[in-house]
Design a protein around this ligand. Structure first.
Ligand code: IVH
Length: 672
């Protein structure tokens, strides 16, 4: 393709992608199938790879994330990003109204009520309609430049519909579904999950590698104008309309109220309805609409007098802990679960809450029969917050973890370095059942009509003993089960049949190989394409793959070494399961490879670093392909010594190991 043609095609692709992206991410009403969008993006990336000088700052390819940063730079906000005063009840709202009306005198007052989105406040600066900077709020005066991360958020327009100079504020957030999926993946990879969507959003935007932020499915609602040149705006509502017309995502639940009664009604409506939203909100923001009145009222030291934030009542409730049940997961981990007197929390009835492990039960001093405070962590996962010791009657009973598996009676073990107790009997029925539930789950084989209940039923009737048995179920035996009519049996068989054509990553994830979450499964499937190739790879082949670490590699190798796994795969093949990757091929630009001088080296960090934190340095080095370890030994290739490095430095000198100072490190990172 010659350059002229490339320029023309890029312009066309860009226009289409912008339009489709706007409908999908901003208006929430897609106008083309996802595959079409992906296909066009792929085409654009290929052309841009051929002609890198044609890549512009506002190309949709920036959504996949550019090069990692060594650290974030600080930015000063031209106008401070204030916070809001709080209202916790009706009285507080009426007091607010009285203060506003005192300022307004005889003039009527209009309020704008908005949902208070629970995420991270950010500022976006546009020059001539082009996004030039994105920053966190920080302390309100100084934030951090996170432009490259914010560019990956598809709801952030890279170019506006009008060529204005504008600074706009909004809330970056992670939708509930993305949050759940992310935490699920984290758990499967053995990582610590995020406590709530807000932390997840903040954590994602504070990553130095924009490719990580790009994968986190963040979104953004804008809610105010910081600065706008060359356009007169009289009211907050008019400002929001202007933002919407410019291409921003503005929350559609926003409403106008003429009286404080209407405001109170609105807050009451959302106390209930907020649980139906796709994102978290923690309150309602009430703003005076007239910008003249806003100006007149002005600010206190920290917040505007013309706005307030009504906070939803904390959703913590007291209930009785009736029992502690033990659940055995598919990896054999025994999780104690509190059985509660059913109670309504944050829109749903809670009957159970995780107690995580025995240490936590001791720490919180939980006894059977206790009155406990329950809340939903991040308003999603029920959790026992604490015990109300004062309400004890003396009838409460101590709880002790069993020494043997309640399901198969084999002795439970506590693996060194882990808090969890584990049943290590591979034949344990509970583990097998959980493994089956995992196999059919939405992120794995996604078999409709096969949930936990049906699997438990099939397993109890010994119709299935492993995942391959799902594919030999016949209509007659299914019809004999309780609550299974002709229609549901036919639908079920059809969904099972349909799952045979799933792409390899679903099967791979479904098999439940330790440490292999859905993301790693996809990476492996993309990399090796067929199960036959994958089952013969070596640990070295695996580690060479981006995002596959040593723990995962060991787990895969030992999994495929088992003869029973070979039998199972054979059975699945016989049943007609597809074992080939059929999803989109990896996007060339998104794959981070490293030709850095330090790639493959074992590196130790010591001393104080000035320009980035130890964790950031570690992350960056790993990205360049280094193994970062904690202590200096003969195996160490390189020591990075910050200020006041002590014994590690002397030891490295003794062993004649190469030593770099921070500047040398930064030079390498900047090159990378
Ligand atoms: S207006 C000066 N509107 O709540 C007024 N804030 O303490 C600035 N927030 O840091 C804020 N949704 O992160 C406003 N619709 C909304 C909001 C909102 C969420 C956050 C924002 C701010 C905090 C206020």
């Amino acid at each position: 393709m010659d350059k002229n043609l490339a320029t023309k095609q890029l312009a066309e692709l860009k226009e289409k992608l912008e339009k489709y992206g706007y409908h999908y991410y901003v208006l929430d009403t897609p106008i083309v199938p996802d595959q079409e969008y992906d296909r066009l993006l792929h085409e654009l990336l290929e052309i841009e790879e051929l002609y890198p000088d044609l890549v512009t700052d506002d190309s949709p390819s920036v959504r996949v994330g550019g090069a990692p940063l060594p650290h974030f730079t600080k930015v000063d906000h031209r106008n401070p990003m204030m916070s809001l005063g709080n209202a916790f009840n009706e009285q507080d709202l009426r007091d607010f109204d009285r203060r506003v009306r005192q300022f307004a005198g005889e003039s009527p007052v209009t309020y704008i009520c908005e949902l208070k989105i629970d995420g991270l406040a950010v500022s976006l600066t546009y020059s001539d309609g082009k996004l030039v900077r994105g920053a966190t709020r920080g302390d309100g005066t100084t934030g951090e430049d996170i432009t490259s991360n914010l560019k990956t958020v598809s709801a952030v327009p890279l170019r506006l519909k009008t060529q204005v100079d504008l600074e706009v504020r909004g809330e970056a957030y992670m939708p509930k579904r993305s949050f759940e999926a992310l935490n699920q993946a984290k758990k499967e990879a053995g990582e610590e999950p995020f406590a709530n969507p807000r932390n997840a959003a903040a954590g994602s935007l504070r990553q130095l590698d924009p490719k990580i932020a790009a994968k986190r499915n963040l979104s953004l609602f804008v809610y105010s104008i910081g600065e706008l040149k060359g356009k007169e705006i009289d009211s907050h509502y008019e400002g929001l309309s202007f933002l919407k017309e410019s291409g921003f995502k503005v929350n559609q639940e926003t409403t106008r109220c003429e009286t404080i009664e209407e405001v109170i009604n609105y807050t009451e409506k959302w106390i209930e309805k907020r649980h139906d939203l796709a994102y978290e909100t923690d309150g309602i923001v009430i703003k005076v609409d007239s910008l003249d009145l806003q100006k007149e009222m002005g600010f206190t030291a920290k917040s505007p007098r013309w706005a307030t934030a009504y906070k939803f009542p904390a959703e913590e409730v007291v209930t009785k802990l009736l029992d502690i049940e033990l659940n055995i997961g598919r990896t054999g981990v025994v999780t104690p679960t509190a059985v509660l007197e059913p109670v309504a929390v944050a829109g749903t009835t809670v009957k159970r809450a995780s107690l995580h492990n025995e240490d936590l039960i001791r720490e919180k001093d939980v006894k059977l029969g206790d009155s406990v405070v329950v809340k939903k962590a991040g308003d999603i996962i029920p959790e026992v917050v604490n015990v109300l010791v004062d309400l004890r009657t003396g009838d409460e009973k101590d709880f002790h973890m069993p020494t043997h598996c309640p399901e198969c009676n084999s002795e439970l073990v506590r693996i060194e370095g882990e808090v969890a107790l584990r049943c290590i009997n591979p034949e344990c029925p509970a583990q097998i059942r959980e493994g089956l539930i995992h196999f059919v789950s939405r992120t794995a084989m996604n078999i409709d009509g096969l949930g936990e209940k049906v699997i438990t039923q099939l397993f109890a009737h010994q119709l299935i003993g492993n995942v391959a048995d799902l594919y030999t179920l016949n209509r007659d035996e299914l019809l004999r089960l309780e609550r299974m009519g002709e229609k549901s049996v036919d639908n079920l068989l059809q969904s099972i049949e349909a799952s045979k054509t799933n792409s390899l990553e679903r099967v791979l994830f479904g098999l439940g190989i330790r440490f292999i979450g859905s993301k790693a499964a996809r990476t492996l499937a993309q990399q090796f394409q067929t199960i036959d190739l994958l089952k013969n790879v070596t640990k070295e082949d695996l580690i060479a793959v981006d995002e596959i670490g040593e723990k995962m590699a060991d787990s895969i190798v030992s999994y495929f070494e088992k003869p029973e796994v070979h039998d199972l795969l054979e059975q699945l093949k016989q049943a007609g399961l597809n074992m080939v990757y059929t999803g989109p091929q990896p996007v060339a630009l998104a794959a981070g490879s490293s030709d850095s001088a330090v790639a493959g080296k074992t590196v130790v960090l010591t001393g104080k670093l000035e320009q980035l934190s130890r964790d950031e340095a570690k992350e960056q080095l790993e990205r360049l392909g280094c193994k970062v370890t904690g202590s200096v030994s003969k195996k160490t290739d390189l020591l990075i010594a910050g200020a006041d490095a002590g014994s590690k430095r002397s030891k490295a000198e003794e062993l004649n190991i190469e030593i770099w100072d921070e500047d040398r490190l930064m030079q390498e990172l900047n090159q990378g």
